[in-house]
Design a protein around this ligand. Structure first.
Ligand SMILES: Nc1ncnc2c1ncn2[C@@H]1O[C@H](COP(=O)(O)OP(=O)(O)OP(=O)(O)O)[C@@H](O)[C@H]1O
Length: 327
């Protein structure tokens, strides 16, 4: 049962020798939030997650859960559980024994362990596989077992380190829906580390975009996507153009750009690429200052007034669609 405990990072810092992997990061996650930590390789996502789990020591600052400082508690005493990228199942133990492992360590008796493991396998839709070994399961099934094994400890916070990266693209999308369903059903906080902006947008109530050991921008997913504050966030989340104008840099979503006649348009350009994407057509145009912008048009709009490579066009957008960037 979820206990409604908020998770908070207070100036959380990780140093490995001279490397600062996480630099005084502060953030507050409301209880029951699905949050994604997002950012390029090496920005400090995994180090942050491992400090929360207790698999890495905290160099400075703290992690609070429900106001209690858990920074220096052993992993099993924190109220968190971690699901690893490679699932880390014990190859010689059956699915049921893998799931029940942490209860065995706690000295829970065999009948109670078996009952709890059965409930968890039911939760992840793996009841028929209790006696198999991990090697006899598909990647998606192993992932469900790893989830069941993490959830049996009844954590307040589930930590997921790139949980979908080992799956093929089709399964990844299916499992992503499963993760969301589980999180809703359990009502606990999920902190999910990913490289993938699509994954973060699809899953997260809140996203935390990290860059170079710090939080670059964080907040409700749609608010961040709709109004990136820096060029890094706009580019990293994708579907945005970063345009240098006389008054400064702005981010404009690709689907907010309109293509029309060059005369009197906010920007003039020449079409350099046209990509048919099924429901949409993506048009790239070269504009002044050796810049390129991309406009995403519905197939209806494009084929209603088709353009050719090399054609001069005008680009327009509504003023509220342009977000001034601070860096
Ligand atoms: N055990 C370690 N010893 C020394 N440096 C480390 C260690 N673990 C991570 N680092 C360094 O800390 C920084 C952050 O690493 P971290 O693994 O947290 O990044 P990440 O955002 O999770 O990257 P990825 O997406 O590639 O997993 C990197 O510069 C990395 O090289």
């Amino acid at each position: 049962m979820a206990r409604d405990l908020d998770l908070e990072f207070v100036s959380l810092t990780k140093r490995y020798g001279d490397t600062i992997a996480v630099d005084a990061v502060s953030y507050h996650f409301g209880a029951g939030t699905y949050a994604c930590l997002l950012g390029p390789s090496g920005c400090g996502k995994s180090s942050t997650l491992r400090m929360v789990a207790g698999h890495e020591s905290v160099s400075d600052g703290s992690v609070l859960l429900g106001g209690r400082d858990i920074s220096h508690l052993p992993p099993a005493k924190r109220g968190t559980a971690m699901m690893f990228q490679n699932y880390a199942l014990f190859p010689h133990l059956s699915v049921a024994d893998n799931v029940a492992f942490s209860l065995k360590m706690k000295g829970v008796d065999a009948a109670v362990r078996a009952r709890h493991a059965g409930e968890m396998l039911e939760l992840v839709d793996m009841s028929g596989f209790a006696d198999r070994l991990p090697a006899q399961l598909s990647g998606g099934q192993q992932q469900r077992v790893a989830l069941a094994r993490a959830l049996i400890t009844e954590p307040d916070v589930l930590l997921l380190d790139e949980p979908l990266s080992a799956l093929d693209p089709f399964l990844r999308i299916r499992m992503r829906a499963e993760l969301k369903r589980l999180q809703r059903e359990l009502g606990i906080t999920f902190i999910h580390v990913t490289h993938g902006q699509d994954e973060a947008l699809a899953l997260a109530d809140e996203i935390v975009v990290m860059n170079d050991a710090r939080i670059e921008q964080a907040g409700p997913t749609r608010a961040v996507f709709d109004a990136p504050k820096t060029a890094f966030v706009a580019r990293f989340l994708g579907s945005h153009n970063v345009i240098a104008l006389a008054e400064g840099k702005v981010a404009v979503r690709s689907d907010a750009l309109r293509i029309g006649a060059p005369e009197g348009a906010q920007l003039q350009g020449k079409i350099t690429n046209i990509e048919y994407q099924g429901t949409h057509v993506s048009l790239t145009a070269a504009i002044a200052g050796a810049q390129e912008v991309t406009a995403l048009l519905s197939d209806k709009d494009f084929f209603g007034a088709p353009k050719d490579l090399g054609e001069a066009v005008g680009l327009n957008w509504d003023s509220q669609a342009a977000h001034a960037l601070s860096a």
